[in-house]
Each structure stands twice: as structure tokens, then as C-alpha cells.
Ligand binder design. Structure first.
Ligand SMILES: [Zn+2]
Length: 211
């Protein structure tokens, strides 16, 4: 039997309040559309039916950025400006991403050369946030209880980032592990724990890591 869970985005039915935010994307000024992220139940690679709604957020089809409904509301009400919304989101994304990557790479007691290369490669992608990234890398390495430290960051981030962002963070963390070898059982357990901490079904693990 080939049963598995997949994820799909589906635009929320038009006519809902604030379903479309015209020219509102903080990243590129395109339209934002209210979108459901749903877990689908599939059989033999054929999606059968939506099983669970993971999250609802605003999606920009131009730049692919996603924003929580809370952020969407602040844009509608004008209580937050786009520049600071985007800076905050990217900063939090970086902080969480490098917390997870460092934790994962360091889980067996040392960061190998290949893992360090992979972390550096990502670090160069986010030059504007270098100070935050270096801070969180240092904190994870020096923490007496890195697992709890990283879980706490994930818990806070899962409120302010969309599930789509969180899943991309977990996917990138898995890539760091794959730089070296295949993912061990212990590493898989931790990646699933990350999902659970963020309220995302752990069955989505193979979909996220497979990508
Ligand atoms: Zn955009």
C-alpha cells in the first residue's frame, strides 16, 4: 500500500471578508490572497481528499511570500508599515532558521566541515541579518539545553510566521544534515519534534524532507 500525506495550497473562496488585499505584499507590492494550506490524504500518488487544514495565511503569487492573518490585519488597519513588517519577518525567519540548522548540525557533538559549508552558504544569502544569525549560532552552541532553547524559539516563531515558512525552515535544516550523510533516526525524531512544537502534523515530515 502506498498511503501518504501531501500538502497543497488552495485559495480561500472569494467573497470572504478581506480575501484579497490589493497591492499589499510587503515584499513586492503585489496582491495578497487568503490561502489555505491543507494536508491531503493520497493513495498511490493520487490525492484523494483534504484531511486537515494546517494554516490559513496571505500568499503573494508574485514573490511567493506568505504572511499570517494577524500581519494581514495590521496591513488593513494601517497599524504596521510594510517595510517594518518585512524586516521583522525576514529577521525572525533567519533567527529561527539558523537556530534549527546549528542545533541539527551540532546534534552529534560537532559540526562537520560539510555542515559548516552548508550553513555558511545559507548565511551568505542573508547578508543583512548577519549579526542576528551570528548571535543565534553562538547561543545555540553555548546553550546548556539547546533542544529546549530551539523549541522555545520555534514556539514563538510559529505564532508570527506562517506554517509555510516554518516548513521551509525545517526543510533547510534537513538539507544541512544531508550535506554530510543520510538523516539518522535521532535526527529524524528531532525534525518531527520541530513540526509538533509548531503545531504542524508530523506526517508531513516526508513531504517536507523529500523536497
Ligand atoms: Zn510579493
Amino acid at each position: 500500500m502506498s498511503l501518504f500525506f501531501d500538502i497543497k495550497e488552495k485559495i480561500v473562496k472569494s467573497g470572504r471578508v478581506n480575501q484579497l488585499l490589493k497591492k499589499s505584499c510587503p515584499n513586492c507590492d503585489s496582491d495578497l490572497v487568503l490561502t489555505d494550506l491543507k494536508q491531503w490524504f493520497s493513495l498511490f500518488l493520487i490525492p484523494l481528499f483534504p484531511f486537515y487544514r494546517v494554516d490559513t495565511y496571505y500568499h503573494c503569487s508574485n514573490c511567493n511570500a506568505t504572511y499570517t492573518r494577524t500581519i494581514g490585519n495590521s496591513l488593513i488597519e494601517g497599524t504596521a508599515d510594510k517595510v517594518s513588517v518585512e524586516a521583522e519577518r525576514k529577521k525572525l525567519f533567519c533567527y529561527t532558521l539558523f537556530a534549527c540548522m546549528t542545533h541539527m548540525a551540532n546534534i552529534d557533538g560537532e559540526i562537520t566541515e560539510n555542515e559548516a559549508i552548508e550553513i555558511d552558504r545559507m548565511r551568505n544569502k542573508f547578508k543583512d541579518y548577519k549579526a542576528d544569525i551570528d548571535e543565534v549560532i553562538y547561543k545555540v552552541k553555548e546553550s546548556d539545553n539547546p533542544e529546549e532553547f530551539v523549541y522555545a524559539i520555534l514556539r514563538q516563531s510559529s505564532v508570527r510566521l506562517t506554517s509555510k515558512d516554518i516548513m521551509s525552515i525545517i526543510g533547510e535544516s534537513a538539507k544541512v544534515l544531508l550535506a554530510d550523510e543520510k538523516i539518522t533516526k535521532e535526527e529524524e525524531r528531532l525534525l518531527k519534534e520541530y513540526l509538533i512544537v509548531c503545531g504542524i502534523p508530523k506526517d508531513l515530515y516526508s513531504t517536507i524532507v523529500g523536497k
